[in-house]
Design a protein around this ligand. Structure first.
Ligand SMILES: NC(=O)c1ccc[n+]([C@@H]2O[C@H](COP(=O)([O-])OP(=O)(O)OC[C@H]3O[C@@H](n4cnc5c(N)ncnc54)[C@H](O)[C@@H]3O)[C@@H](O)[C@H]2O)c1
Length: 349
């Protein structure tokens, strides 16, 4: 068998390599560095080719493709969302993605993105909170203590200065798992018996549950003035977490309105209900938090540029860390038009 040429090779980051990379950098530092990439791309929002993600809905979940480009690089993520998976021993969300060179169209990176999605979602939530949460926020409630939850906790510690997380999940063992995983990471954890108890004294409320329905994780009476809500789990048509009355009392901040109107909490509101784009707050074009009593709501659904930022970050880390394999992904005949000849020669070698 002949060896693949240099042009045939694409760096591949497996789950094993991703974990080694994250651990070598350190989870908190990884999140902090990733936040810088996410911020950098939000700040040049207008440079991106943007489209709502392409979603294929089914009875049990959704499979989505999330493409974007800044004209130099192109990235996409394949991601699913299947709340029932967890009960069958599978992840609710799995993903992989590609970064490519726009000039040649050649892929430059193929990577697992299940870990990376949890990291980038937490990084994006932390970026939003950095601009919107009340100053001096120290306590965060996390409702839904599944796969994403610890990543959210660590990101909010690193970026916002959270020192206490109040955990609630309908399955107490999930909260116990979350508290166990966070032990020794510099966060105080309090396991709560209800969502109501979890939000008591919280400056920030993160909802990150998985349920394929219009759920009511937070009712209006649970949300006091001045809090920042980081609503992560409502991210599909027919899948929301907040009572509509909360939305009517909040100033709502979103990633990309054409996608969030379909998928976010705001699907419960009129299509012209005012929302502010996060990038506009970050660039100073729009106001974020202006009053201490204001309720700010980041209606997160996850947008392609955030995955693009994560892909860029991982690509930039490869050379110095070496946590990747070389994948023979692209056919590279000696003479570009002789693809068939390459096939014939393979039979002889
Ligand atoms: N916005 C984004 O960018 C983004 C990115 C990734 C995942 N998500 C969403 O985040 C959610 C969580 O993902 P995950 O991977 O952690 O899922 P998961 O299945 O691992 O965990 C979900 C947890 O929510 C709990 N839960 C369900 N209903 C609840 C309720 N009514 N009250 C309290 N807890 C409840 C479950 O017991 C489970 O522990 C999913 O809905 C997923 O689609 C959003």
């Amino acid at each position: 068998m002949t060896q693949p040429s240099r042009l045939a090779i694409v760096p591949f980051v497996s789950v094993d390599s991703m974990m080694k990379l994250v651990l070598a950098v350190g989870v908190e530092r990884f999140l902090t560095e990733l936040v810088a990439y996410v911020e950098e791309d939000f700040l040049r929002w207008e440079a991106f080719d943007k489209t709502p993600r392409v979603a294929s809905h089914s009875h049990d979940g959704v499979i989505e493709l999330m493409p974007t480009s800044d004209g130099t690089l192109y990235g996409f993520k394949y991601v699913n969302g299947h709340p029932k998976n967890m009960r069958e021993g599978r992840q609710t969300v799995t993903a992989f993605g590609v970064l490519a060179d726009v000039g040649s169209g050649y892929p430059m990176l193929l990577t697992e993105m299940t870990m990376l999605t949890a990291l980038r979602t937490a990084a994006t939530s932390a970026v939003a909170a950095k601009y919107l949460a009340p100053k001096g926020a120290r306590t965060m409630a996390i409702i839904g203590n599944g796969a994403q939850s610890e990543f959210q906790a660590v990101a909010f510690k690193a970026i916002v200065g959270i020192d206490t997380v109040r955990l609630y999940d309908i399955d107490r063992s999930a909260s116990e798992k979350c508290a166990r995983n966070l032990a020794g990471l510099g966060l105080e954890t309090v396991i709560c018996a209800s969502g109501q108890e979890a939000v008591e004294g919280a400056d920030i409320i993160t909802t990150v549950t998985a349920d394929k329905q219009y759920a009511t994780i937070l009712t209006d009476n649970m949300v006091g003035s001045g809090v920042h809500i980081n609503a992560v789990g409502g991210d599909c048509p027919g899948k929301t977490e907040l009572h509509r009355d909360i939305l009517l009392r909040s100033d709502i901040f979103v990633e990309y309105p054409p996608q969030t109107r379909i998928e976010g909490e705001i699907q419960q509101l009129a299509p012209d209900h005012p929302v502010t784009e996060l990038w506009q707050v970050m660039t100073g074009k729009a106001e974020g938090r202006t009053a201490t009593k204001q309720i700010t709501l980041f209606d997160s659904v996850g947008f392609a540029t955030e995955d693009f930022s994560a892909l860029r970050y991982v690509r930039d880390k490869l050379a110095s860390t070496g946590f990747y394999e070389e994948l023979d992904l692209l056919a590279d005949p000696d003479e570009p038009r002789d693809l068939f000849g390459m096939l014939l020669r393979a039979a002889k070698s």
